[in-house]
Design a protein around this ligand. Structure first.
Ligand SMILES: [Zn+2]
Length: 257
């Protein structure tokens, strides 16, 4: 999927290579907008360097991504189209973040804070979530694994801890056997995904049930947003999590994986 995206990207840039020379040699000709913002920030960061041509592309990414690279003396920027109409100070913050990254400088805190705050704004979050749902392909394997059936695990945990009242979300095993992410709840797809690494006879059922329980609590306690901080595991969440019978044992099993 990544290779496909790259070749498509190359295609875009090739098309631009054939723009009239004059256009590419005089980036200053654009009066306003993202180009101007990136040029201004470039001057701030590298006052002694001549400004290279800067190409900015707003792309239909499936999430809130932004990329930058230096290619044949040209700065190429790809930004999610969700940010296409973002306020100037947000694009300026993004320019600081990306250009600092490109030139291996520390990102100004003020910039990363402002950018993050914008992404956490309710309307922006909703737009990102919408875009993710529409464009993102959720790649998960079926709930019935080789050892454990997630439908069955869900039912058991639901009956024991939620009075069987939680509506069943989509359930699936991850494609890759991740050790870092043993489970996650994807709110935009309303899907609980457990790492394939848990679908093994070597992993006691208790541990699998615990990960399922943890993810179900994410449905029970939707993510709270406090200012620029994303608060996922609230005190309330953690108190509830401790009610899992065999909590310490399950934790120990997962730690030893
Ligand atoms: Zn969690």
């Amino acid at each position: 999927m990544r290779a496909e995206a790259e070749s498509r990207q190359r295609g875009l840039f090739e098309a631009e290579e054939s723009l009239p020379r004059v256009e590419r040699l005089t980036p200053e000709s654009h009066e306003n907008g993202p180009q101007a913002i990136f040029r201004t920030v470039f001057c701030e960061l590298r006052p002694r360097s001549p400004i290279p041509p800067i190409a900015i592309e707003f792309c239909r990414f499936a999430n809130a991504n932004a990329f930058i690279q230096l290619k044949q003396g040209r700065i190429e920027v790809r930004i999610t189209d969700v940010l296409q109409n973002a306020p100037e100070d947000v694009l300026e913050a993004l320019a600081y973040i990306l250009l600092s990254k490109l030139y291996r400088r520390p990102v100004p805190r003020e910039s990363s804070h402002r950018y993050r705050r914008y992404l956490l704004r309710k309307d922006v979050r909703e737009r990102i979530s919408h875009v993710r749902r529409e464009r993102g392909r959720k790649e998960v394997a079926a709930a019935a694994g080789g050892t454990y059936d997630l439908d069955e695990i869900f039912d058991a945990v639901n009956a024991r801890y939620f009075h069987g009242l939680m509506a069943r979300p989509s359930l699936g095993w991850s494609i890759r056997a991740s050790r870092q992410t043993l489970g996650h709840y994807d709110a935009s797809h309303h899907t609980i995904v457990l790492s394939r690494i848990l679908d093994s006879a070597d992993v006691p059922r208790l541990a699998v049930e615990y990960v399922m329980y943890h993810e179900m609590l994410h449905i029970r306690f939707p993510t709270e947003h406090r200012g620029a901080r994303r608060c996922v595991h609230t005190r309330e969440f953690k108190t509830e999590e401790r009610k899992f019978e065999g909590f310490d044992e399950a934790k120990a099993i997962l730690k030893a994986l």
